[in-house]
Every structure is written in C-alpha cells, then in structure tokens.
Ligand binder design. Structure first.
Ligand code: SF4
Length: 367
C-alpha cells in the first residue's frame, strides 16, 4: 500500500547573520493512512521544522534544501508553488498548534473563523450550510453549546475549549492528515487526556492520519502507533510504540524515557534530567549529534556518523553502540542489533507472544 505521505532526505536550513542553522539534516520517513506517528525530542531538535515543511510553511530566512522530496499520495508536493500550497494546506493536511490563543484571531468570532477556513477551500458551499457544518463540527469536538460558541471570541473560552475549537477548525475540511504540534502542552493533565481522546475519536470516525509533535513521552504512549525520535536535526531511532518503550536502543531515547514518571517504578526513583544542551546547529558535530551529552560516547562517535542498524521489523537505530566492536559494559539497556537475523526473529516472536499473553491477562482482569 502506498503511504499517505513520504518524506525523502528532507533538509532545512535557516540562513541567519550567525551562519547557516542546519535545523533538519536529511530526514526520511513515511506515514500510512490512518496511522498515528509521534515525533519526539527536545525543543530545537527539528520536529516542528519538519512538520512545517509538510505544509509548505518554511519561510525566509529558512529554505528547504535541494534534494529534499515530499510526496503526498504519490504526488510530489515539495515542488508546489505558493498557489498550489494554498489550495493544499488546510484541505488535505491541517495543523493545530500549542497555543490556540495565539493561533486564533482575537478580533473575529469563532463561527466566522471556522466558516472562513471552509469557504477558502469549498467556495461553492452556501452560508447556511457553512453554519450547519461549523455547528456540527464544534459539537463533534465536544463544545457543549456549539450555537452559542459560534458567537463567542477566543478570549471568552477556556484553554481546553480553545484547543477544541482549533481541532474543529482543522477538521472542518475533512483533511486526510492532521499535524498536531504540541497540542496539549499548555493544558492541565485532565484536559490533555480529553483532547487526545477527542483526536482519537475523530481519527476512528474519519480514518485520518495523525503526526503528533511532542517532547512528552507520556503523551505519545497513549496515542502513537509509531515513534520517531529526533535529535540535532536527525532521526536517531524509530519503531513501533512498544519497541521504543520496551526495547529502546539509543542513549537519547533512554534519557527521554528516564525523564518521565512511570507507574511501575518506586517512589524513591528519581527522574533524570538530560545534562547539557543540544549542539550549536550552525556547526553541528561531525559525527553523532548526541556525542557531547552521551555518557557512552566513544572516539568513533565524534568523528563519524553512525549508519542505520535494523533492530527488528520497523525498528531502526542510529548509534555506534550497535557495532559489534563497541564495548557494552555498563550499558543499562540491552543492545539487540548485533544479534543474528535468526536470533532477532526469535526475539521478536517471543515479544509478540509475551504481549498477547499480557493482553489476555488484562482482558481477563477487566471482566
Ligand atoms: Fe552515544 Fe556514540 Fe551512540 Fe552517539 S553514537 S548515542 S555518542 S554511543
């Protein structure tokens, strides 16, 4: 099956007075229809710039570099001009942002803003029908009195309600993909859970794909089918949600996982912060981008970029620890990539068996 979106070797730089900031450095991935992919990493690792590239939203001094290719349903959209992008974004792919108060127009009532998005892409729809669809979409987004909400202004709504309005606005054109850039970061945990649930309900109803951009591993555990871990403008690990949570292979992924609370760890277990900062992207490291912060860094890490190593089907990692010659003493997680293909197959079969047994136990307990 063809992927809905396919990104090949995406590189984006910002040309500033300080020099060329290499925000994204050769990223490739695919998203299938109906799939939820979470892109995780600290601020400044290139997640949001990658997402903006999919919408044609890279503005000067930024530039999508030559050789980058983005395909949507098999058609190359990276070659679109501004007119084509205007017809594409908001219709085929919609995006919601972290701060709805900033994204919504404060001088325009909610109804007008939602209808404007619909009218931009479907000018043939009459005013009454626009009203009907806007109210229906607000109701689907969980707004209690949708008719009244149409007349309200953004500042009259709570943060959670504003984010619901943003989702309604993004979904009114029935896009095939929703990009959510930190959509729950400014909300409290209860509202966060409600917004994630709403996105999942809408996904089940419409079959859309979701690209979730977040730095919060807790959020992705609930929602993602696949996780892409980014660092210093590159993908450092990717795999199914269960692979990343239960069999992480990259030291940066370990750090991210150790920095979130887990229900199965004792009260005395401290959350670990990741020491240091992301590298200066005007002159990124020659080798692995994480080498200055990585406790297991070797000489080779500073000099050469690691290649992708396959852990299991759909699970890849870019780290020199996967090389057979690496010293793995003191490594807290099991590195699996130096196993033979036969051993890997066995590991993945056992893992699937374990998971299905665990699910059966859960089902039994929930009865
Ligand atoms: Fe650490 Fe080296 Fe792996 Fe980079 S390649 S994460 S520096 S061990």
């Amino acid at each position: 099956m063809k992927p809905l979106i396919e990104v090949q070797n995406l590189a984006v730089s910002y040309y500033t007075y300080a020099g060329e900031v290499q925000s994204v450095r050769g990223v490739s991935f695919q998203i299938s229809k109906g799939q939820t992919v979470a892109m995780v990493g600290e601020s400044g690792c290139g997640k949001s710039v990658t997402a903006k590239s999919l919408m044609g939203l890279i503005e000067k001094p930024g530039k999508v570099k030559e050789g980058s290719r983005i395909f949507y349903e098999g058609q190359e959209i990276s070659a679109y001009n501004e007119t084509k992008w205007n017809g594409f974004r908001g219709k085929e792919i919609s995006m919601i942002f972290q701060d709805a108060l900033v994204s919504l127009n404060p001088t325009m009532c909610i109804g007008k803003q939602i209808k404007e998005n619909l009218a931009n892409h479907f000018p043939e729809i009459g005013n009454q029908e626009q009203d009907r669809r806007a109210v229906e979409m607000l109701q689907k987004a969980g707004i209690p009195d949708a008719v009244l909400c149409m007349r309200k202004y953004p500042h009259e709504l709570s943060g959670g309600m504003r984010q619901r309005v943003m989702i309604a606005m993004a979904m009114i054109t029935k896009p095939k993909m929703l990009i959510a850039d930190e959509p729950t970061t400014s909300l409290d945990v209860t509202i966060q859970a409600q917004i994630l649930e709403l996105m999942q309900e809408l996904q089940e109803e419409t079959g859309m794909s979701i690209l979730m951009i977040t730095h919060d591993m807790g959020v992705v555990a609930d929602i993602a089918d696949e996780i892409i871990v980014m660092y210093a403008g590159k993908i450092v690990e990717r795999g199914a949600c269960r692979d990343i949570f239960y069999h992480p292979q990259h030291p940066y992924t370990w750090s991210l996982l150790n920095s979130v609370p887990r229900i199965d760890t004792g009260e005395d277990k401290k959350l670990v912060t990741i020491e240091g900062n992301i590298p200066d992207m005007t002159c990124p490291p020659k080798g692995c981008g994480f080498c200055e912060r990585c406790p297991y860094a070797m000489n080779v890490c500073r000099e050469y970029m690691p290649d992708a190593a396959k852990v299991s089907d759909g699970h890849e990692v870019w780290c020199w620890l996967t090389d057979k010659r690496a010293d793995l003493s003191g490594i807290p997680f099991q590195i699996e990539t130096d196993r033979t293909a036969k051993e890997r197959k066995l590991v993945s079969e056992n893992r699937a068996k374990e998971e299905s047994e665990q699910k059966a136990v859960c089902r039994e307990e929930n009865r």
